[in-house]
Design a protein around this ligand. Structure first.
Ligand code: PGA
Length: 256
């Protein structure tokens, strides 16, 4: 069993909120969480809010993450945003391989792997998302699918780089559906993920890697999830766009 770490709570706003609402949210978060040393926390605003939100949160220890990047650092990719760009405006992390990117925008494991490498090359920490679909789970393919996503996504990533990234386990059937994986079910997959990392990089490195759970996290289930030994943090979607519910999750996580 791994040592419990400082919980890492990340809110993914997806394509929600206005700039004014986002800035207000960030100000509230800054005053509420700034001195909260018991947790690591951050938010993932849409691209066009990043600079304003980074300015509000500057120097207070709350991280800002982009929701995506392209795998190339620059070039003729109309409409895309690079790792260097989000780094320049103040992001510390970036979501990579979110299931909505995989399923709606058909991102492949090799594209995800290229993005992870590019992010790391500019010191942007990837939050690398993996997770099975309902069909995968019903066909008892969960472990196979997750092992594959990890293997392909982390291809060519060195032991020294692994601690620069966070892994997020997000069962696709639990995202935005109100269905949370049972805490024990989630813990079992987290333990499996840690085992795959142990096989590739050794136990010490695997134990220190953060593995977040995501999928219908809300204030009511944050305690049950955070008390699972292998769950190091939470990636929160729907419940992160209202300050009150996001803050309740943070407060709960800080206790466990
Ligand atoms: P959800 O989203 O909390 O709304 O299920 C989680 C995510 O997509 O990261």
């Amino acid at each position: 069993m791994t040592m419990k770490k400082k919980p890492f709570i990340l809110g993914n706003w997806k394509m929600n909120l206005t700039l004014v609402e986002g800035v207000e949210f960030a100000k509230s978060l800054r005053s509420a969480v700034c001195d909260e040393s018991g947790i690591i926390c951050g938010i993932c605003p849409p691209f066009v809010f990043l600079k304003d939100i980074c300015l509000v949160l500057e120097g207070c220890g709350i991280f800002v993450a982009a929701q995506n990047i392209h795998s190339e650092k620059n070039g003729a990719y109309t409409g895309e945003i690079s790792a260097t760009m989000v780094k320049e405006v103040g992001c510390a992390y970036v979501l990579i391989g979110h299931s909505e990117r995989r399923h709606i925008f058909h991102e492949t494991d090799s594209f995800i792997n290229a993005k992870i490498k590019t992010a790391l090359s500019v010191n942007l920490k990837p939050v690398f998302c993996v997770g099975e679909t309902l069909d995968d789970r019903e066909d008892e393919r969960t472990k196979y699918v997750i092992r594959n996503q990890l293997k392909e996504g982390l291809h060519g990533i060195s032991a020294g780089q692994i601690n620069e990234l966070v892994i997020a386990y997000e069962p696709v059937w639990a995202i935005g559906t109100g269905k949370t994986a049972l805490p024990e079910q989630a813990n079992e997959v987290h333990s499996f993920i840690r085992g795959v990392i142990t096989d590739g990089y050794g136990k010490e490195i695997a134990d220190s890697v953060y593995i977040q759970y995501g999928g219908s996290v809300k204030p009511e289930n944050a305690k049950e999830l955070m008390t699972q030994p292998e769950i190091d943090g939470l990636l929160v979607g729907g419940a992160s766009i209202k300050f009150e519910s996001f803050f309740k999750i943070i407060e709960t996580a800080a206790k466990y």
